[in-house]
Design a protein around this ligand. Structure first.
Ligand code: ADP
Length: 443
């Protein structure tokens, strides 16, 4: 089109110049005629510019470009094309945003978008209902002023990561909410708020059920085991078949007792992520470890070597039952899964992050594919071997929950046939003041 207009423009100029020249020659002044023609041409151009500028200034998005000749027609055409495309994109963007908002509004889970200053930019109705936010009053408010739960600020400052923040809403609904955070864009954050009350209730019912049933089964089991012992004592040497049956009954009842004991302990540890502060005391860790070491040596009839290195200057504060459970489960496991003649090294001392408890064995090891699942209830790499060695499959699950309560973490390194390293790290806050000054080293 532009190319079509350009000759027309040149043609107009040529006609004007021709007519002007003819008029000038007729009047005896050719320059006058040419100047007149150029003046008319400039006038036409100025009018076209004016029309173009008027159209560009017109705020109405549907205004059609004026009819212009020459290169300005091309300019107007290109501007119109650009405008139309831009409008189309804006419309598409607006439709997508509206669609997203509509779908987010229909969600049962809450979504809150925060700006770089952690102020609310947008929230869906579910988030407002779950957190009791007012709309639109709370828009632009700092989320920390509206969601005031201990630990929430720290959770937000840490950026959330993979972590979840869980809390119970302190109103009549007593909802348990779980919040996840994800960063996006320059420094914005999106919060996902989920109502996990039903899940929590079910979990509590499950824990209570396991706890209650374990408790209820203990008494009958004790009675049965007692009678089995009595019958075994009364039995003479002439009934080897019955003696064998009673022995097996005794072994199985011991297994069941251990299982019930572990189930009860696990359900107690699971019920709360934190021990009662009143249950905590400064533990004589080295004495405790020495005693566990002796028990483990007795259990394996002394056919494994167990070395102990313990920094007795550390005054470690913890709940006795929990820390003893961690120590003995890991030491007994190391002994259990190490062949006779093998060795187990136990270490307790300082590390960069605080305090570490490490158990290293040169036993059967674990294929790395199993490591992430070791702390699941009843997860066993080799069920036959575990049962044969008196395992319940609950030891590491109990260790995990005891560690959570003590603020510790466990790392496991192992390879089949190359032994295992179980390392528990406790925060430095677990250390009490006034260190004593001696150390214990046994092998
Ligand atoms: P169990 O009562 O079966 O020992 P645990 O929960 O204590 O249950 O351990 C889970 C599984 O982890 C065990 O069945 C065993 O397969 C594996 N395991 C734990 N500790 C060790 C270890 N030191 N060496 C090799 N395997 C281990």
């Amino acid at each position: 089109m532009g190319r079509g207009e350009e000759p027309a423009d040149v043609l107009l100029l040529a006609i004007l110049l021709g007519a002007g020249l003819a008029l000038g020659l007729g009047l005896g002044n050719a320059w006058f005629g040419v100047s007149l023609a150029l003046g008319i041409y400039l006038f036409v151009c100025a009018r076209r510019w004016r029309k173009l500028l008027d159209w560009l200034r017109d705020p109405s998005p549907d205004a059609e470009p004026p009819a212009l000749g020459g290169p300005l027609a091309l300019v107007a055409h290109r501007v119109k094309l650009g405008r139309d495309r831009l409008r189309e994109r804006v419309n598409q963007g607006e439709t997508s945003v509206a669609l997203l908002r509509e779908s987010f509004s229909a969600l049962k889970d809450g979504i809150i978008i925060l700006d770089a200053g952690r102020c609310i930019e947008w929230s869906n109705p579910a988030a407002r209902r779950l957190l009791g936010l007012r709309h639109p009053e709370d828009k632009g408010q700092h989320i920390g002023n509206l969601v005031r739960y201990p630990g929430f600020q720290e959770f937000l400052s840490s950026g959330g990561g993979d972590a979840e923040f869980e809390f119970t809403v302190p109103d009549a609904r007593a909802l348990t909410l779980q919040v996840q955070a994800a960063s996006f864009g320059q420094a914005s954050t999106v919060l996902f708020v989920r109502d996990v009350s039903a899940m929590k209730r079910l979990e509590t019912i499950r824990q209570d059920f396991v706890g209650n049933i374990s408790h209820e089964l203990r008494t009958p089991l004790t009675v049965i085991a007692g009678y089995v012992d009595t019958l075994a004592d009364m039995l003479g040497d002439d009934s080897p078949v019955i003696a064998k049956a009673l022995l097996q009954m005794r072994q199985q009842s011991v297994r069941m007792e251990n299982l019930l004991k572990d189930l009860l302990l696990l359900s107690r540890f699971e019920n709360s992520d934190q021990p009662e502060p009143a249950d905590e005391e400064v533990i004589q860790v080295c004495a405790m470890l020495e005693s566990i070491r002796e028990n483990a040596l007795t259990a394996c009839a002394g056919d494994r070597r167990i070395s102990l290195q313990c920094d007795a200057s550390l005054r470690f504060r913890a709940c006795r039952e929990e820390i003893e459970t961690i120590f003995s489960n890991l030491i007994f496991n190391a002994v259990k899964y190490t062949q006779p003649g093998g060795s187990v090294d136990v270490r307790f001392g300082r590390c960069d992050a605080g305090v570490e408890f490490v158990v290293v064995d040169d036993g059967i090891g674990i294929d790395p594919v199993h490591i992430p699942r070791l702390t699941e209830r009843f997860y066993r790499v080799d069920k036959g071997r575990s049962t044969e060695r008196g395992g319940t499959g609950l030891g590491l699950a109990i260790v995990k929950h005891a560690l959570i309560r003590l603020g510790g973490e466990m790392q496991v390194e192992s390879r089949p046939g190359a032994g295992s390293v179980f390392r528990c790290v406790f925060p430095a806050e677990r250390l009490a003041e006034e260190p004593a000054v001696y150390a214990v080293s046994l092998s």
